[in-house]
Design a binder for this molecule. Sequence first.
Ligand code: ADP
Length: 311
Amino acid sequence: MYAIQVANLKKNYGSFSALKGISFVVEQGEILSLLGPNGAGKSTTISILCGLIQPTSGEVTILGHSVQNEPMETRAALGVVPQEIALYPDLSARENLNFWAAMYGLRGATRKQRVDETLEIIGLTDRQKDKVSKFSGGMKRRVNLGVALLHRPPVVIMDEPTVGIDPQSRRYILENIKQLNKQGMTVLYTTHYMEEAEELSDHIAIIDNGMLIAYGTHRELIRLVGEQTRIDLTVTLEPEKVIPAWKQVEGISQIDRTDGRISVLATDSNRVLPYLFEATARLGGRITSVDILEPNLEAVFLHLTGKALRD
Ligand code: ADP
């Protein structure tokens, strides 16, 4: 059984088609990132998954339960981290968590324990008595994340939880997600930051203009562009001396000189590097620095859509 199954999902707003038939699955225990630029349809997809808006057509299930027909079951299985902060600013972090824990039906000692554990997870035990209105944007987001975790849902959906926050809180949230995932939680994560999708995901679904344009592991998506890795090197010898020798190495398609460095394009940096070291040593020189620049999801997106992922 899939944690989440989305089949041919469509959503029209009047004559505008925000989702044009999206299908994907999230396996139990994995992190899937839904990656796409602003306006791609990420929030719309998520709002449908959470039962907040009705699709025009299509089928959505959470752990085998239909979101439309079994709202109670799907809600119990799901934790949602919305993009907007859903907290009471005049209450403390603890009071906010307590309030939401009560809403989830947690009582007495269980509630206290869950709130304690959750404060620990989001790293705000020390600040639990402070009013949320005094918190930074990043800390508020961490409380927001905590709210979604209170009922220990097996599946958590996060709608761009790191937008506009400080690097430290972002790191905290990303590490939290990895930890929770290690403990078995399934995560659907939406983002327009390709670095986050690269770092977190088992699978990545790229959407644009309401359509799923690519799906796969990071490696599989990179393979779509067939792009090569660039290796920038510096050597103790004159480039003219080493370049002819390096050109003999199999797997290298291009070598250029760029202000003091040598740029090599290769299909597999791990395979060619030992040969570059060896060829340089044979000429009596040494490689003194190596920079490997792997192709990224930005390149994949550009290849598929002809435009940049970033705004
Ligand atoms: P994302 O989350 O990827 O930034 P959204 O799902 O928010 O994208 O939006 C997808 C498209 O649907 C956008 O063009 C947006 O303007 C449009 N849209 C979203 N909500 C509404 C609505 N309530 N009415 C009309 N258009 C909407």
